[in-house]
Design a protein around this ligand. Sequence first.
Ligand SMILES: Nc1nc2c(ncn2[C@@H]2O[C@H](COP(=O)(O)OP(=O)(O)OP(=O)(O)O)[C@@H](O)[C@H]2O)c(=O)[nH]1
Length: 628
Amino acid sequence: MTTMESLIGLVNRIQRACTVLGDYGGGTGDNAFNSLWEALPTVAVVGGQSSGKSSVLESIVGRDFLPRGSGIVTRRPLVLQLHKTEEGTEEYAEFLHLPKRKFIDFALVRKEIQDETDRITGKSKQISPVPIHLSIFSPNVVNLTLVDLPGLTKVAVEGQPESIVEDIESMVRTYVDKPNCIILAISPANQDIATSDAIKLAKEVDPTGERTFGVLTKLDLMDKGTNALEVLEGRSYRLQHPWVGIVNRSQADINRNADMMLARRKEREYFDTSPDYGHLASKMGSEYLAKLLSKHLESVIRSRIPSILSLINKSIEELERELDRLGRPVAVDAGAQLYTILEMCRAFDKIFKEHLDGGRPGGDRIYGVFDNQLPAALKKLPFDRHLSLQSVKRIVSEADGYQPHLIAPEQGYRRLIEGALGYFRGPAEASVDAVHFVLKELVRKSIAETEELKRFPSLQVELAAAANTSLEKFREESKKSVIRLVEMESAYLTAEFFRKLPQEMERSAVVANSKNNQTASSPSPATQDLYGDGHFRRIASNVSAYVGMVSDTLRNTIPKACVYCQVRQAKHALLNYFYSQISKREGKQLGLLLDEDPALMGRRVECAQRLELYKKARDEIDAVAWVR
Ligand SMILES: Nc1nc2c(ncn2[C@@H]2O[C@H](COP(=O)(O)OP(=O)(O)OP(=O)(O)O)[C@@H](O)[C@H]2O)c(=O)[nH]1
């Protein structure tokens, strides 16, 4: 059988561990972990300024320990964990941020709360969502955890930023919005309940009043002849739980340093003897409130345990998956580091090859170079200009020198052809460059897609640089090869092509003759036209036909050279340069390559800590017999 202590204490322990890891009610938006804190039931104390919040808390504890003053005194949430101890034991307090230091003197507790508030918020009087955890061990308390929040206010006081009014409200909301938050809404009885800040907020976030406990303070300060029965009996504002009336110490009592135990007794007497509230006396006062809350908190925790466990189990699974993805921490010895690097290179190389061979997209763009870009570039070459009548006449005349040619202009043909073939260098080199850029892009993509490499930005950079150096070398080789192909075409022309030409010319002349109906005695057109425009046009068309034949050949051979020199090499030897470099490295330099992204290392540590927290929480909950 489990006691209340073990249930509330269990939640207290988990809450403290959550805070250490930055998971607390008002500040968990940015680290993308499930918030365990939010799954834990908490009692949040909410009220307008001077509504009596601090007094209620002190009454519940039975000690004077909260900072007082003008302006906004509570500027960080105070998680107040009360632990009931055996009768006769000494009372003491402990802060989470000062483990092992026992506070016996509660005046020092007050000072430490002030100092610790300033430590985070500075003297700026700003507010901060990072809670202060205070545990109080005493025979005069019930087991209970409450979160004291800054008082809702309407105006900033001197030295505080204007935004503080909204900042406080939004901080309070981050707590009370959560379905697991029990709202302790404090309103003063000497003020119209309709204007109570606490009730206004509670109405908004908990319209059915399921998780709101209404507390009415300052009953003793009501005008003579009036009472708060309308509120306390639930007629002014109905809640599912009964309202609790409280009489705290007055300012004069505080100034007099009136004893808290005495104040509790006086409060009891007030209700016992009150003509207005006598019938409600057993359900009034701070002691009753503490017991009521403790019982309620315990039952809520009990009912939430299955959902807390399921959140914990889900989070454990998620964290383990994430840790697998992030990989294990890097080995420290050089051999293991080299092994890790080579493993990653292999993974990268595999992905790169898949891109080329078709398992992944991108390789087809190389075929695109050969099938579209190269033919289009060849088509665009300015042969029309080169073989225009004027240009042909000029080149042939220049080639003849002072003696005009007698039969075919051999030199003229050669010069025209050589001039034309020179144009093929452009598309040949452009094809090599285009293939180079596709390969480079595939290297970039493959690095990005290699999951194992994600952790190591330095290795990524080095790998990319080495791969690109290799690609550059392949590009040089490829360029040499395609230029050689073009030069080979210029070096030796296909004589066969020209041997066929005279017959072709005759044939075309006969055709032209018969078309013109000329007599047999007319001179042969070939002779007649030896230096005329028709002759030069024929030369241009012969050269054009030859160049066309070479173009067809190069269209087939340039891709072969590119694939041979670049694609094939990239597939087989892309990382050879990297391997030769890496084998020369010492252990320390290898370590540098494996320096992980600090953000990732941080994330791994965070995940590991979270995992530990969740596992510990699961074990603790499992250890409590009533869960079964
Ligand atoms: N007579 C009487 N005075 C009370 C009662 N409750 C609170 N006070 C006084 O009201 C004043 C404000 O009370 P606090 O407990 O400081 O109120 P608070 O809501 O914590 O105020 P802030 O921290 O300033 O937001 C103090 O002077 C208290 O003595 C009460 O029930 N009766």
